[in-house]
Design a binder for this molecule. Sequence first.
Ligand code: GUN
Length: 297
Amino acid sequence: MTTPQDNRIDGKEFAARVRATVQAQTAILIRDHGLKPGLAVVLVGEDPASQVYVRNKARQTNEVGMRSDEIRLDASASQAEVLAVVDRLNADDGIHGILVQLPLPEQIDETAVLDRIDPAKDVDGFHVINTGRLQVGLPALVPCTPRGCMMMLHDRLGDLSGLHAVVVGRSNIVGKPMAMLLLQANCTVTIAHSRTRNLPDLCRGADIIVAAVGRPHFVQGDWISPGATVIDVGINRVPREDGKTRLVGDVDFAAAVGHAGAITPVPGGVGPMTIACLLANTITAACRAAGIEEPKV
Ligand code: GUN
């Protein structure tokens, strides 16, 4: 019988391992190929949460030995100005990954900006070319959060062939790419969402549940079959009794932890993996641009 302690998947520790791998790969690329992977992050405006994300991304990019460019534009920047920055980064051979931080101010057409990024440098994996390539099974840059979830699933379960995975949530950033990756890994995949009928019973039949619906404690403890693996992508801020707020996932963790074989907590589960996978995607993009294999470390 597993105790609640040893069935937790520690995302902080896992992300540190991914970053260590990326750091070692970066050193090899510089030493053997004269290739220093470069990641550019574009921030338009002063959204406080975005500023924190961008600062963390820049710090971690530098820590693994990559080039980090940060381009900040005023909140009043025009569409043409943002597109001009993307064009400049597309043309810069020292930049292998471009990330335009979302959300963008309302005068900017988000889709037009994302579509302008060279798909080969689209380390967010949001460009329709990359979503299409993922769909048909061609090499693609994959959105960071699903890539991180797959790493954690393979680490825990090894081969996923034949397992039934229920993905709760159908967003372009998590739910849909997650379902595609699970399918590629030979899972039987059900995409469910907030309107799915008999969701508790559907989840009870799952070997893997990925919760990415954006509702606090949506997935209940007794929806989880004994031993199932639960990946909680939700990050919801809810009020505490003392008037402050706390972060909770889409899964009722306290109730689920006694049923699951393995489960990611919130915070400290999937969250830390996202930037680590952004760095891993930058390695992928840099190697593909140079026509070399990713260093195995
Ligand atoms: N804003 C919050 N998360 C993300 C992300 O993963 N990518 C981008 N581009 N913007 C974000």
